[in-house]
Design a binder for this molecule. Structure first.
Ligand code: GLU
Length: 308
Protein backbone atom coordinates (compact mmCIF):
# COMPACT_ATOMS: atom_id res chain seq x y z
CA UNK A 1 0.00 0.00 0.00
CA UNK A 2 1.20 3.54 -0.80
CA UNK A 3 2.58 5.45 2.18
CA UNK A 4 0.42 8.50 1.55
CA UNK A 5 -3.28 8.06 0.94
CA UNK A 6 -5.15 11.25 0.11
CA UNK A 7 -8.54 12.00 -1.33
CA UNK A 8 -10.81 14.30 -3.30
CA UNK A 9 -14.18 14.55 -1.59
CA UNK A 10 -16.33 16.79 -3.77
CA UNK A 11 -20.04 17.42 -3.28
CA UNK A 12 -22.02 17.11 -6.53
CA UNK A 13 -24.54 19.84 -5.72
CA UNK A 14 -23.79 21.80 -8.89
CA UNK A 15 -21.01 22.35 -11.38
CA UNK A 16 -17.58 22.76 -9.75
CA UNK A 17 -16.15 26.27 -9.70
CA UNK A 18 -12.52 27.30 -9.71
CA UNK A 19 -12.37 27.30 -5.91
CA UNK A 20 -13.35 23.61 -5.81
CA UNK A 21 -10.70 22.91 -8.42
CA UNK A 22 -8.06 24.78 -6.46
CA UNK A 23 -8.58 22.45 -3.47
CA UNK A 24 -8.78 19.42 -5.78
CA UNK A 25 -5.55 20.37 -7.55
CA UNK A 26 -3.69 20.84 -4.27
CA UNK A 27 -5.00 17.52 -2.89
CA UNK A 28 -3.91 15.87 -6.15
CA UNK A 29 -0.44 17.48 -6.12
CA UNK A 30 0.13 16.60 -2.45
CA UNK A 31 -0.41 12.94 -3.28
CA UNK A 32 1.23 12.80 -6.72
CA UNK A 33 4.34 14.63 -5.50
CA UNK A 34 4.84 11.76 -3.02
CA UNK A 35 3.82 8.89 -5.25
CA UNK A 36 0.89 8.20 -2.99
CA UNK A 37 -2.59 6.90 -3.64
CA UNK A 38 -5.52 9.17 -4.36
CA UNK A 39 -9.15 8.26 -3.69
CA UNK A 40 -12.23 9.92 -5.10
CA UNK A 41 -15.32 9.99 -2.93
CA UNK A 42 -18.55 11.60 -4.04
CA UNK A 43 -20.03 13.31 -0.98
CA UNK A 44 -23.70 13.17 -1.85
CA UNK A 45 -25.28 12.67 1.58
CA UNK A 46 -27.80 15.35 0.80
CA UNK A 47 -29.69 13.57 -1.96
CA UNK A 48 -32.01 16.54 -2.48
CA UNK A 49 -29.14 18.84 -3.48
CA UNK A 50 -26.90 16.27 -5.16
CA UNK A 51 -27.37 14.12 -8.25
CA UNK A 52 -25.72 11.27 -10.15
CA UNK A 53 -25.69 13.46 -13.21
CA UNK A 54 -23.68 16.16 -11.41
CA UNK A 55 -21.31 13.47 -10.12
CA UNK A 56 -20.69 12.25 -13.70
CA UNK A 57 -19.99 15.79 -14.89
CA UNK A 58 -17.67 16.33 -11.94
CA UNK A 59 -15.62 13.21 -12.76
CA UNK A 60 -15.44 14.35 -16.36
CA UNK A 61 -14.29 17.86 -15.36
CA UNK A 62 -11.51 16.39 -13.21
CA UNK A 63 -10.37 14.12 -16.04
CA UNK A 64 -10.46 17.02 -18.50
CA UNK A 65 -8.00 18.85 -16.27
CA UNK A 66 -5.79 15.76 -16.00
CA UNK A 67 -6.52 15.19 -12.30
CA UNK A 68 -6.79 11.41 -12.08
CA UNK A 69 -7.46 9.13 -9.12
CA UNK A 70 -6.47 5.58 -8.28
CA UNK A 71 -9.64 4.30 -6.65
CA UNK A 72 -13.18 5.51 -6.23
CA UNK A 73 -14.98 4.81 -2.97
CA UNK A 74 -18.71 4.10 -3.09
CA UNK A 75 -20.69 7.36 -2.96
CA UNK A 76 -21.91 8.45 0.44
CA UNK A 77 -25.62 8.10 -0.39
CA UNK A 78 -25.10 4.32 -0.61
CA UNK A 79 -23.38 3.93 2.74
CA UNK A 80 -26.00 4.47 5.43
CA UNK A 81 -25.63 0.88 6.69
CA UNK A 82 -21.94 1.53 7.39
CA UNK A 83 -22.62 4.93 9.00
CA UNK A 84 -25.26 3.25 11.17
CA UNK A 85 -22.60 0.81 12.44
CA UNK A 86 -20.22 3.71 13.16
CA UNK A 87 -22.99 5.52 15.04
CA UNK A 88 -23.49 2.36 17.07
CA UNK A 89 -19.81 2.36 18.03
CA UNK A 90 -20.05 6.01 19.03
CA UNK A 91 -23.04 5.13 21.22
CA UNK A 92 -20.85 2.58 23.02
CA UNK A 93 -17.94 5.00 23.50
CA UNK A 94 -19.45 8.46 23.85
CA UNK A 95 -22.66 10.17 24.86
CA UNK A 96 -25.05 10.10 21.95
CA UNK A 97 -28.53 11.47 22.57
CA UNK A 98 -31.75 12.25 20.72
CA UNK A 99 -32.70 15.91 20.41
CA UNK A 100 -35.97 17.55 19.41
CA UNK A 101 -34.86 21.19 19.57
CA UNK A 102 -35.72 23.12 16.45
CA UNK A 103 -33.51 25.78 14.89
CA UNK A 104 -35.95 28.36 16.28
CA UNK A 105 -35.55 26.92 19.83
CA UNK A 106 -31.79 27.30 19.54
CA UNK A 107 -31.94 30.81 18.09
CA UNK A 108 -34.31 32.00 20.79
CA UNK A 109 -32.49 30.37 23.72
CA UNK A 110 -31.66 33.15 26.19
CA UNK A 111 -28.01 34.27 26.04
CA UNK A 112 -27.04 31.40 23.74
CA UNK A 113 -23.39 31.86 22.79
CA UNK A 114 -22.44 31.45 19.16
CA UNK A 115 -19.64 29.43 17.61
CA UNK A 116 -17.06 31.04 15.32
CA UNK A 117 -19.05 29.98 12.24
CA UNK A 118 -22.15 31.72 13.63
CA UNK A 119 -24.21 28.69 14.66
CA UNK A 120 -25.77 28.92 18.12
CA UNK A 121 -24.02 26.66 20.61
CA UNK A 122 -26.39 23.90 21.67
CA UNK A 123 -27.58 24.70 25.20
CA UNK A 124 -28.01 21.06 26.22
CA UNK A 125 -31.78 21.00 26.72
CA UNK A 126 -32.39 17.47 25.40
CA UNK A 127 -29.25 16.05 27.01
CA UNK A 128 -31.09 15.95 30.32
CA UNK A 129 -34.43 14.41 29.29
CA UNK A 130 -35.70 11.38 31.19
CA UNK A 131 -36.52 8.13 29.40
CA UNK A 132 -40.23 8.89 29.74
CA UNK A 133 -39.82 12.37 28.22
CA UNK A 134 -37.84 10.89 25.34
CA UNK A 135 -40.52 8.29 24.69
CA UNK A 136 -43.24 10.96 24.66
CA UNK A 137 -41.31 13.18 22.24
CA UNK A 138 -40.41 10.25 19.99
CA UNK A 139 -44.09 9.54 19.49
CA UNK A 140 -44.48 13.07 18.06
CA UNK A 141 -41.62 13.25 15.56
CA UNK A 142 -38.24 11.71 14.86
CA UNK A 143 -35.27 13.30 16.67
CA UNK A 144 -31.93 14.67 15.56
CA UNK A 145 -29.01 12.59 16.91
CA UNK A 146 -26.31 14.58 18.71
CA UNK A 147 -22.99 13.80 20.32
CA UNK A 148 -22.36 15.35 23.74
CA UNK A 149 -18.92 16.94 23.80
CA UNK A 150 -16.61 17.27 26.79
CA UNK A 151 -15.30 20.56 28.20
CA UNK A 152 -11.97 19.90 26.59
CA UNK A 153 -9.70 21.76 24.23
CA UNK A 154 -8.70 19.75 21.17
CA UNK A 155 -5.47 20.95 19.58
CA UNK A 156 -3.63 19.94 16.46
CA UNK A 157 -1.02 21.36 14.14
CA UNK A 158 -2.27 22.05 10.64
CA UNK A 159 0.34 21.59 7.92
CA UNK A 160 -0.40 25.07 6.56
CA UNK A 161 -2.15 27.12 9.28
CA UNK A 162 -0.05 25.81 12.18
CA UNK A 163 -1.37 25.22 15.72
CA UNK A 164 -5.15 25.31 16.00
CA UNK A 165 -7.33 24.57 19.01
CA UNK A 166 -10.93 24.66 19.99
CA UNK A 167 -12.75 23.99 23.22
CA UNK A 168 -15.49 21.63 22.15
CA UNK A 169 -18.13 22.55 24.70
CA UNK A 170 -17.48 26.30 24.80
CA UNK A 171 -16.75 27.00 21.15
CA UNK A 172 -18.69 24.31 19.31
CA UNK A 173 -21.27 22.48 21.45
CA UNK A 174 -22.95 19.07 21.14
CA UNK A 175 -22.94 18.47 17.43
CA UNK A 176 -25.23 16.64 15.02
CA UNK A 177 -24.45 13.10 13.87
CA UNK A 178 -27.71 12.44 12.06
CA UNK A 179 -30.50 14.75 11.00
CA UNK A 180 -34.15 14.17 11.87
CA UNK A 181 -34.83 12.98 8.30
CA UNK A 182 -32.26 10.19 8.79
CA UNK A 183 -29.47 11.77 6.71
CA UNK A 184 -26.11 11.34 8.40
CA UNK A 185 -24.14 14.48 9.12
CA UNK A 186 -21.02 15.43 7.20
CA UNK A 187 -18.86 15.21 10.38
CA UNK A 188 -19.71 11.56 10.98
CA UNK A 189 -19.63 10.46 7.33
CA UNK A 190 -16.32 12.13 6.49
CA UNK A 191 -14.52 10.53 9.43
CA UNK A 192 -16.17 7.13 8.88
CA UNK A 193 -15.20 7.18 5.20
CA UNK A 194 -11.67 8.45 5.67
CA UNK A 195 -11.13 5.63 8.17
CA UNK A 196 -12.62 3.06 5.77
CA UNK A 197 -10.43 4.31 2.91
CA UNK A 198 -7.22 4.31 5.00
CA UNK A 199 -6.83 8.04 4.29
CA UNK A 200 -3.87 9.52 6.15
CA UNK A 201 -3.57 12.91 4.47
CA UNK A 202 -6.42 15.41 4.14
CA UNK A 203 -5.90 18.48 1.97
CA UNK A 204 -9.00 20.70 1.76
CA UNK A 205 -10.27 24.27 1.94
CA UNK A 206 -9.69 26.33 5.07
CA UNK A 207 -13.46 26.66 5.52
CA UNK A 208 -13.20 23.17 7.05
CA UNK A 209 -10.41 24.02 9.50
CA UNK A 210 -12.97 24.69 12.24
CA UNK A 211 -14.58 21.25 11.69
CA UNK A 212 -11.30 19.49 12.37
CA UNK A 213 -11.45 19.45 16.22
CA UNK A 214 -14.89 17.76 16.04
CA UNK A 215 -13.50 15.23 13.59
CA UNK A 216 -10.45 14.58 15.79
CA UNK A 217 -12.78 13.88 18.70
CA UNK A 218 -14.64 11.32 16.55
CA UNK A 219 -11.33 9.65 15.60
CA UNK A 220 -10.54 9.34 19.28
CA UNK A 221 -13.92 7.79 20.15
CA UNK A 222 -13.52 5.38 17.25
CA UNK A 223 -9.96 4.48 18.26
CA UNK A 224 -8.57 5.32 14.84
CA UNK A 225 -5.41 7.26 14.00
CA UNK A 226 -6.32 10.66 12.49
CA UNK A 227 -4.85 11.85 9.18
CA UNK A 228 -2.43 14.75 8.74
CA UNK A 229 -4.34 17.88 7.87
CA UNK A 230 -3.31 20.58 5.42
CA UNK A 231 -5.87 23.30 4.84
CA UNK A 232 -5.57 25.56 1.83
CA UNK A 233 -6.73 29.15 1.36
CA UNK A 234 -9.92 29.87 -0.53
CA UNK A 235 -10.02 31.37 -3.97
CA UNK A 236 -12.07 34.49 -4.39
CA UNK A 237 -13.48 36.15 -7.48
CA UNK A 238 -11.23 38.90 -8.93
CA UNK A 239 -13.16 41.48 -6.84
CA UNK A 240 -12.51 39.56 -3.60
CA UNK A 241 -15.96 37.93 -3.31
CA UNK A 242 -15.93 34.38 -2.03
CA UNK A 243 -16.79 31.93 -4.82
CA UNK A 244 -19.91 29.87 -4.52
CA UNK A 245 -21.71 27.40 -6.73
CA UNK A 246 -23.94 30.30 -7.75
CA UNK A 247 -21.00 32.10 -9.41
CA UNK A 248 -21.76 30.75 -12.82
CA UNK A 249 -19.21 32.96 -14.52
CA UNK A 250 -16.47 30.90 -12.87
CA UNK A 251 -18.07 27.47 -13.08
CA UNK A 252 -16.58 24.74 -15.22
CA UNK A 253 -19.32 24.85 -17.83
CA UNK A 254 -18.40 28.41 -18.80
CA UNK A 255 -14.67 28.08 -18.16
CA UNK A 256 -14.33 25.07 -20.43
CA UNK A 257 -15.77 27.06 -23.32
CA UNK A 258 -13.20 29.81 -22.89
CA UNK A 259 -9.99 28.23 -21.65
CA UNK A 260 -7.88 25.14 -22.18
CA UNK A 261 -7.08 22.82 -19.23
CA UNK A 262 -3.46 24.07 -19.34
CA UNK A 263 -4.55 27.70 -19.06
CA UNK A 264 -6.78 26.99 -16.07
CA UNK A 265 -4.08 24.93 -14.40
CA UNK A 266 -1.67 27.82 -14.99
CA UNK A 267 -4.03 30.26 -13.24
CA UNK A 268 -4.51 27.82 -10.34
CA UNK A 269 -0.78 27.07 -10.13
CA UNK A 270 -0.07 30.79 -10.01
CA UNK A 271 -2.70 31.25 -7.24
CA UNK A 272 -0.94 28.46 -5.31
CA UNK A 273 2.40 30.29 -5.56
CA UNK A 274 3.90 27.56 -7.78
CA UNK A 275 4.23 29.71 -10.92
CA UNK A 276 5.45 33.29 -11.13
CA UNK A 277 2.79 34.14 -13.65
CA UNK A 278 -0.23 32.43 -15.05
CA UNK A 279 1.15 30.41 -17.98
CA UNK A 280 -0.05 27.23 -19.65
CA UNK A 281 1.04 24.13 -17.78
CA UNK A 282 -0.09 20.51 -17.42
CA UNK A 283 -0.99 18.88 -14.11
CA UNK A 284 2.06 16.60 -14.47
CA UNK A 285 4.37 19.58 -14.96
CA UNK A 286 3.00 21.15 -11.78
CA UNK A 287 3.99 18.09 -9.73
CA UNK A 288 7.64 18.95 -10.42
CA UNK A 289 7.08 22.50 -9.13
CA UNK A 290 4.96 21.55 -6.13
CA UNK A 291 6.07 23.01 -2.82
CA UNK A 292 3.48 23.15 -0.03
CA UNK A 293 5.47 25.93 1.68
CA UNK A 294 4.62 28.24 -1.23
CA UNK A 295 0.85 27.96 -0.89
CA UNK A 296 0.38 30.62 1.78
CA UNK A 297 -2.50 31.30 4.16
CA UNK A 298 -4.22 34.33 2.67
CA UNK A 299 -7.19 33.81 0.38
CA UNK A 300 -6.28 34.46 -3.23
CA UNK A 301 -8.18 36.44 -5.88
CA UNK A 302 -8.08 34.43 -9.09
CA UNK A 303 -6.67 36.17 -12.16
CA UNK A 304 -7.94 34.93 -15.48
CA UNK A 305 -7.25 36.58 -18.78
CA UNK A 306 -10.52 38.27 -19.79
CA UNK A 307 -12.10 36.50 -22.72
CA UNK A 308 -15.38 36.67 -24.60
N1 GLU B 1 -17.42 17.47 0.58
C1 GLU B 1 -16.78 18.62 1.12
C2 GLU B 1 -16.89 19.79 0.14
O1 GLU B 1 -17.18 19.58 -1.02
C3 GLU B 1 -15.32 18.38 1.45
C4 GLU B 1 -15.17 17.59 2.67
C5 GLU B 1 -13.75 17.36 3.14
O2 GLU B 1 -12.81 17.57 2.36
O3 GLU B 1 -13.59 16.95 4.29
O4 GLU B 1 -16.69 20.91 0.56
Amino acid sequence: MAATVGRFAPTPSGRMHLGNLFSALLAWLSVRAEDGELLLRIEDLDTLRCSEENADILREDLRWLGLDWDREMPPQHSRSGYYESVLERLRERGTVFPCWCTRGDLKNAPNAPHASDGHPIYPGACRRLSAAERAAKSAERPPITRLAVPDETISFVDGNYGPYSENLSRECGDFILRRADGVFAYQLAVVADDIAGGVNQVVRGRDLLSSTPRQLYLYRLLDAPPPRYFHVPLLTAPDGRRLSKRDEDLDMGILREKYSPQELLGALGHAAGLLERSESVTARELTGLFDPAKIGREDVAIQLEARG
